[in-house]
Design a protein around this ligand. Structure first.
Ligand SMILES: C[S@@+](CC[C@H](N)C(=O)[O-])C[C@H]1O[C@@H](n2cnc3c(N)ncnc32)[C@H](O)[C@@H]1O
Length: 266
């Protein structure tokens, strides 16, 4: 269960230097086996490791979902966004505890793979969903996974795409979809303090408040919609729609964007 909320911009204004990814970053590491993972992504990966361990220690329950929740409100769009999944090969990119993937495999007869780079999160997923027909869970960097897996008919991602260096992820996406294959993802647009998206392709620090106390700083690419759209089109995908998903509660200014795109038919 994702009980924390993305929220406050780090008031220190960032104890990490923001990197302009129009220039090649100087500090690319080699966590993955495919395209090199940026230092910032490695920090994110270890923050998600800590996040999962925190919830294992706390014994946070993981209730099963009966619909997909794409954004901060429970009454927003749900499974219907994805259309008919019967018999299709589907990937949940950054699946976390596998709550959406397990629900789709159970309810839609889809063959759903979930991939997540956090060992603690994927272990929580495996323990909670040991035997769901059609569900497979992979512990891997998602870009590495895309490079190795057969192409998918549908790739979706709830609140994970903003943690990837967009050049690294988007270069891999179109080739990992079948011709005509569909892509759906949600990304943070405005944090709960009202700090809106950036018009440059740079990550920024955001605080994640842990249930039970404590915070984790995670770097996220919180980008204006036209930047996401140009990333999609530059990497061979057609944009089909962008939907605003706002928090239902007036005191929380968080807003997400749901992008729908497809790989053109050959
Ligand atoms: C906000 S959580 C969302 C989890 C899940 N989609 C959900 O809605 O419950 C973001 C997830 O992205 C995963 N993630 C971040 N970077 C990743 C990467 N490079 N490869 C695979 N997963 C990654 C994190 O480990 C984390 O579980």
């Amino acid at each position: 269960m994702f009980t924390t909320r993305f929220g406050s911009l780090n008031p220190a204004g960032g104890h990490h230097t923001l990197t302009d990814l129009h220039d090649p970053p100087p500090n690319r590491g080699a966590l993955g086996t495919g395209a090199a993972v940026t230092h910032i992504e490695q920090q994110t990966r270890s923050a998600w490791e800590t996040y999962g361990q925190h919830h294992v220690k706390r014994g946070t329950p993981l209730p099963d979902l009966d619909r997909i929740t794409w954004g901060p409100g429970l009454d927003g769009p749900g499974d219907e966004v994805l259309g008919d999944l019967e018999g299709l090969r589907v990937l949940d990119l950054g699946c976390g505890t596998g709550r959406h993937a397990a629900h789709l495999a159970r309810a839609n007869g889809a063959r759903v793979d979930g991939v997540d780079a956090s060992h603690s999160q994927i272990e929580r997923a495996r323990v909670h969903h040991p035997d769901v027909p059609g569900l497979r869970l992979f512990h891997a960097d998602a870009v590495d996974h895309l490079g190795q897996a057969e192409p998918y008919d549908v790739i979706y991602s709830v609140s994970a795409v903003h943690f990837f260096d967009p050049h690294r992820l988007f270069s891999a996406l179109a080739g990992s979809l079948t011709p005509g294959g569909r892509l759906y993802f949600t990304v943070l647009h405005t944090n709960s303090d009202g700090h809106g998206p950036s018009s440059t392709l740079s990550p920024r620090p955001e605080l994640l408040h842990l249930a039970g106390g404590g915070t984790l700083t995670m770097h996220m690419w919180v980008l204006a919609p036209d930047l996401w759209e140009s990333l999609l089109t530059r990497h061979g995908l057609e944009v089909r729609g962008v939907t605003a998903l706002d928090a239902p509660d007036d005191s929380n200014r968080a807003s997400y964007r749901l992008f729908e795109a497809r790989r053109p038919d050959d």
